[in-house]
Design a protein around this ligand. Structure first.
Ligand code: MN
Ligand code: MN
Length: 456
């Protein structure tokens, strides 16, 4: 099988590996959508991007970003042409499947302290037990301050996690269907076993000790969990994968692999003809609702603000800008897995190492819920990729009626623009550690650059 690898000479190969090294750093620093936004702003500022709110007027090649509540971000590079002629937009999501703490999480049972959770996104729960996990997120206090929590990723930190039943007593458990081997309500984090010093009959001293540790380290009380967003995520760093180090294994490729490559593409964009835009959104894994999800008006509001700062705003200008825009909705694809060939249709499957993966449509059961990109638009996208020597493949998620999934594509298409799904093929999607090819990661970046630069 011909792969992207064959076209790289030694110096190109070094670039490909170097690009993935930076991506791994991004993953290590961005395990939640908030951390990704923070890192994105840091990188954008280094490249001369300014907060749109701090700017009164915009002209060609000005670079700005809009931070939506610390959980999603839009970046713009203003084009030579009027913004009303339309933008070239890259969109990806920065939320990943994880396990969130409940509002009242802390309890003690039989001398152990646990945290109750509710998982976020679609996970095979049995994959998430018996792994080292970390606690990431924020606690917002009534005095208006926000405390950032990050425990488990520093080499000196302890880790936490979900226990699993020993095989020796799993006779009944192992007979259950996969979906119920580990029940959602049983995903409780074991986080302590050492009692605080207390009176003889005092109850829940292990819990009291954990609360004291949190009080000492973060100055938070038990009630503060009510206004917190705390997530349990796999601990540890992104790693090279394969004896040839040709892949990356990490938590959160879905969809930070597309988010990072899209972000790098807009950061490397200079003097574009059409206005370039990159949207990194939250909440995709749970349906894109909420004010930081793609269904929110935040994006239209951001575009309206850009229009008003490039000239005189009117509603028709906003509508025309959206209609004249083109978008790559970038999300991961299911890579063909030789261990599970039965669910794939090989002519229309995505393969690791074959470049940027386009999905004309997604959806399930007869394309239900899909954005089916218009053939005319798909032709233009192919032309742009070929012109820039970007390796790409076209795929469906898997066999017809085997399952399916959705992305943010249809939401932007509803705004009357042309949208196609594009992304990187991964293995182990939604497991604690997903796998992607370094060649595909690099081709995705190249494809996104080409789209921003040359898409008409
Ligand atoms: Mn995704
Ligand atoms: Mn997903």
């Amino acid at each position: 099988m011909k792969t992207v690898w064959e076209k790289y000479d030694d110096s190109k190969l070094q670039q490909v590996f170097k690009f993935s090294d930076s991506y791994k750093e991004f993953l290590d620093e961005g395990k939640t959508e908030r951390e990704c936004v923070k890192k994105a702003i840091e990188l954008a500022k280094e490249r001369g991007f300014k907060d749109l709110a701090s700017v009164t007027e915009l002209k060609a090649n000005d670079k700005v970003y809009v931070n939506n509540r610390g959980k999603n971000i839009c970046l713009f590079v203003i084009g030579e042409k009027d913004v009303v002629d339309g933008m070239n937009i890259l969109g990806a999501h920065i939320d990943s499947p994880r396990v969130d703490l409940k509002p009242n999480p802390v309890y003690e049972s039989e001398g152990l302290c646990l945290l109750d959770t509710h998982y976020y996104g679609g996970i095979k729960k049995y994959q998430w037990v018996a792994h080292p996990m970390a606690l990431h997120g924020v606690v917002c206090k009534k005095d208006g301050t926000t405390v950032e929590v990050k425990i488990g990723d520093d080499a000196n930190d302890p880790v936490i996690g979900f226990t699993d039943l020993l095989i020796h007593l799993s006779q009944d458990q192992m007979k259950k269907p996969g979906a119920t081997v580990v029940e959602g309500e049983d995903l409780n984090v074991l986080c302590g076993s050492y009692p605080a010093k207390g009176e003889k009959d005092e109850k829940d001293l292990v819990k009291a000790n954990i609360l004291k540790i949190l009080k000492d380290k973060y100055d938070i009380e038990e009630d503060d969990f009510l206004s917190a967003e705390l997530s349990i995520v796999p601990a540890g760093k992104a790693r090279d994968y394969g004896l040839d180090s040709s892949m990356v294994m990490a938590y959160g490729h879905d969809d930070r692999v597309c988010a990072y490559t899209s972000l790098m593409a807009i950061l490397d964009t200079d003097k574009p003809e059409r206005t370039s835009c990159c949207i990194l959104v939250d909440k995709e894994e749970v349906g894109s609702q909420g004010n930081t999800g793609m269904q929110s008006r935040f994006f239209e509001n951001a575009v309206a603000e850009v229009i008003s700062k490039t000239g005189v705003y009117d509603d028709m200008k906003l509508r025309l800008t959206l209609r004249n825009s083109r978008m790559l909705s970038s999300d991961v694809s299911a890579g063909f897995d030789p261990n599970y060939p039965a669910v794939f249709e090989p002519k229309n499957a995505a393969f690791l190492g074959r470049g940027l993966c386009f999905n004309k449509y997604t959806g399930s059961r007869g394309k239900s819920g899909c954005n089916d990109a218009n053939a005319e638009f798909v032709a233009k996208v192919r032309e742009t990729m070929d012109k820039n020597d970007v390796d790409f493949q076209f795929a469906e998620l898997g066999k017809v009626d085997q399952g399916g999934g959705g992305t943010i594509a249809y939401i932007l298409a509803n705004l009357d623009m042309d949208v196609i799904d594009a992304g990187v093929a991964v293995l182990n999607m939604h497991a604690c550690y997903e796998i992607a090819s370094k060649a595909d990661i690099y081709e995705a970046y190249r494809g996104y650059m080409a789209f921003l630069k040359d898409m008409k």
